[in-house]
Write a protein that binds this ligand. Structure first.
Ligand code: T1G
Length: 696
């Protein structure tokens, strides 16, 4: 069955694409479009409607073809054939019309969209730029500034805004794209309209000042990524050329970006987050419409908001009514914020709070819940007590989940008579914003409970990553390790501020000490206190961090930690006494400091991260390296254009990382115990990417 067909229907001909899941522009679709436009030319039909079957119009080039040998026909030629048609071609759009899909639509002579259609050129989010006319046809349709914003942001645009901008000619409330397209085609026939080619529209201009301002803005927001500025420059340069030359210019710039490591990393990230969310079990989810939440603190409120946004009914339980009301107020504030940012309508906000949310203190209110998520204080006794109560009140078959971020889910499940119904759902704060969800599968968790967790994640728009059980699961266990590597650097001579600078130089939004200040230094202090009794004597303790907490400097929440946070510097400025405090600690510990350059700091930080990740992989806590990448990308600020620690490690070379670790282990064999898996892969010249391929 060809993925594109031409259907003659009298005066109107239909070019129909049907290539699930998202009608991506594979070689077969490109060839099919070319054949169909040829069939239309030869047919008596006077106007053609180009539309797609399935859930969306073309959502872009076929990303799975990237990095492979390009196969003709090439997209610019296919679009040129559509645009050159001597009879009008109207694109009828629905779903998410992205990248090459929008470029195809811009090559057509008219564009009508169903309500709810979203359009965009997200190529920069893949380290690329539009490569089939987007940088030349879009500015001719909507002007340079607006086109620059659309192309360099890569954001999706709603139907109403697309109409306002002039990307769409009309909106339709028809039931489907074919119907909308047919009505528009009949209008063109009645008005006797001829093809209107964007390539023939004179190129818009821009003043030097406006261009300089635009470049500065794009440079600022690109945060070191190459594609956004390259896309802008290529657009501007092309607009001063004849159209065919501009298309050549765009194509060569596009192909050059295709060769960049950023593109490889961003494509890896795209597929890593989707591969992670693949259901790891073959089971049907249980119902989860009625969600219960225990604990109305920051996490409980965020989880409640995320569940409400997913269309679920929420019952939140707190210790008393006053605390429950406080939680409701917090959730209402979150939703008000979403209304302010245009993410939610006032009507939907009011309806979800009035009709689908209740808060109280009586566990009995959970007797009919399908799924209950416990989000109370991170203490084993407290959590086990909650699960004993849930075991009493919840109906048979209800899924019982814990939001613990470190503790052993088996121990929590073990206090119930239904451990097979217990699972870990580790949300990240703020839970209504952060997309990562670690799904912690306990020893006896039933397959349909796992399936329920993944279905819930999809409903909430979360990126689900399965994890086995260990202290801190995937993300927090790695965090503890690379954080410790940072602390060792400080004990041995580096300044916390230098470490932060070196790490942000990698592309992280913040360094470990800025993150510490944001999260609260008392959390790390409590963990160190909790572990003190069982700590291995070979472990090195960041005494300087304890000194800060004991001096009441908890970070942002107390106005001071490693940095000072006040009106003068809301984002923080280095506290002048920190380096002295650290120097005092070194001398108390009899340590002789030495200097480190930023490169060595980065090497040690990343080596610790990758080494621990390899151990997590080796123990089967994570199923595949790309899952670990998805966790660090969506939960720990890992720079997306580096693809995640495992992808990054492959680009650097595992042998180089192993050599570094072996040299560090000479001073500290305990901390730098090399992962046998990492050693094996390096010695065999292999990569983490191979393990991804193996597990898919
Ligand atoms: N190519 C190949 N496969 C794709 C794809 C694409 N463009 N988009 C999605 N898929 C697969 C995806 O891997 C998944 O597969 C399934 O479709 C459902 O996707 C020349 C060069 C469209 C908004 O960047 O943003 O055009 O996991 O789970 O949440 O200028 O997918 O089921 O096996 O994400 O509903 C520009 C990328 C390309 C759009 C749907 N286009 N896709 O989201 O489902 S560059 C994009 C998305 C380009 C030209 C340039 C989203 C979506 P599987 P999903 P979703």
């Amino acid at each position: 069955m060809s993925v594109v067909r031409y259907e003659p229907a009298g005066e109107i001909g239909y070019i129909v694409v049907n290539s699930p899941p998202v009608n991506a522009l594979s070689a077969a679709v490109r060839q099919g479009l070319l054949d169909a436009i040829g069939a239309f030319a030869a047919d008596e039909a006077r106007v053609a409607v180009l539309y797609c079957e399935g859930r969306t119009f073309i959502a872009g080039a076929d990303i799975s073809e990237f990095g492979k040998a390009p196969v003709p026909p090439f997209l610019p030629d296919v679009i040129a054939a559509i645009e050159a048609s001597t009879k009008p071609v109207i694109a009828a759009l629905h779903g998410t019309v992205l990248g090459g899909g929008l470029e195809v639509a811009l090559g057509a002579h008219g564009r009508i969209g169903l309500n709810g259609t979203r359009v965009g050129l997200p190529e920069v989010t893949l380290g690329l730029m539009p490569g089939a006319g987007g940088t030349q046809r879009l500015p001719r349709a909507i002007g340079i500034e607006k086109a620059a914003e659309v192309i360099t942001s890569g954001r999706q645009i709603g139907a109403a805004e697309a109409l306002d901008l002039g990307i769409l000619d009309a909106l339709s409330d028809a039931a489907d794209a074919r119907t909308a397209g047919t009505a528009e085609a009949q209008r063109w026939l009645e008005e006797g309209r001829a093809p209107r080619r964007l390539s023939e529209v004179p190129a818009p201009g821009i003043t030097d000042d406006a261009l300089a301002a635009l470049r500065a803005k794009v440079d600022r927001t690109a945060r070191g990524q190459v594609a956004p500025l390259r896309a802008l420059d290529t657009m501007i340069e092309g607009l001063s050329m004849p159209f065919p030359a501009a298309m050549q210019h765009e194509r060569s710039a596009f192909l050059a970006l295709m060769q960049t490591p950023e593109r490889a990393a961003l494509i890896h990230a795209f597929f890593a987050e989707r591969a992670a969310a693949q259901m790891p079990v073959n089971a049907r989810p249980r119902p989860f419409q009625r969600v219960g939440i225990i604990g109305g603190g920051t996490m409980g409120q965020g989880i409640a908001a995320a569940a409400l946004n997913a269309g679920l009914d929420v019952t939140l339980i707190e210790r008393d009514q006053a605390a429950a009301d406080k939680a409701l107020a917090g959730i209402a504030r979150m939703q008000d914020e979403a209304v302010k940012r245009g993410k939610l309508s006032q009507a939907d906000r009011d309806a979800m709070i009035q009709d689908r949310f209740q808060a109280g203190s009586d566990y009995a209110a959970l007797s009919e819940s399908d799924l209950v998520i416990e989000a109370v204080f991170e203490n084993m006794d407290v959590k086990q007590q909650v699960f004993r109560e849930l075991d009493q009140v919840c109906r048979p078959g209800a899924v019982l989940a814990t939001n613990t971020s470190y503790l052993d889910v088996d121990q929590i499940a073990g206090v119930t008579g239904r451990p097979q119904d217990v699972i870990g759902l580790h949300f990240f704060s703020p839970a209504n914003v952060m997309r990562l969800l670690e799904i912690v599968i306990a020893e006896v968790t039933a397959p349909d409970v796992v399936a329920t967790a993944f279905a819930l994640a999809k409903a909430m728009g979360k990126i689900a990553v399965p994890s086995g059980i260990c202290d801190g699961f995937i993300g927090n266990r790695m965090l503890l390790t690379y954080r410790t590597a940072a602390d060792h650097l400080v004990l041995d001579g580096a300044s916390p501020f230098q470490v932060d600078r070196a790490v942000t130089g990698l592309g992280f939004p913040m360094g470990p000490y800025q993150v510490g200040d944001l999260a609260g230094l008392d959390i790390g202090y409590a963990t160190r206190q909790r572990k003190a009794a069982t700590r291995d004597p070979r472990e090195r303790v960041p005494v300087f961090a304890d000194r800060l907490v004991e001096a009441g400097r908890l970070g942002r929440k107390s106005g001071q930690g490693y940095y000072i946070y006040d009106a003068e510097s809301p984002k923080g400025r280095p506290a002048p006494d920190v380096d002295d405090l650290v120097a005092q600690v070194r001398s108390d510990l009899g340590l002789t400091p030495r200097s480190f350059d930023d490169e060595e700091i980065r090497d040690r930080y990343m080596a610790a991260m990758v080494n621990e990740a390899a151990k997590i992989l080796d123990e089967g806590i994570a199923a595949k390296p790309s899952d670990i990448d998805a966790v660090l990308l969506h939960g720990y600020g890992f720079p997306r254009h580096k693809g995640g620690p495992m992808h990054w490690a492959d680009t650097v070379g595992l042998d180089r990382i192993v050599a570094n670790i072996l040299s560090y282990a000479a001073d500290d064999p305990y901390f730098w115990a090399l992962s046998p898996l990492l050693e094996k892969l390096a010695s065999e010249g292999r990569s983490f990417a191979e393990l991804n391929a193996k597990s898919s």
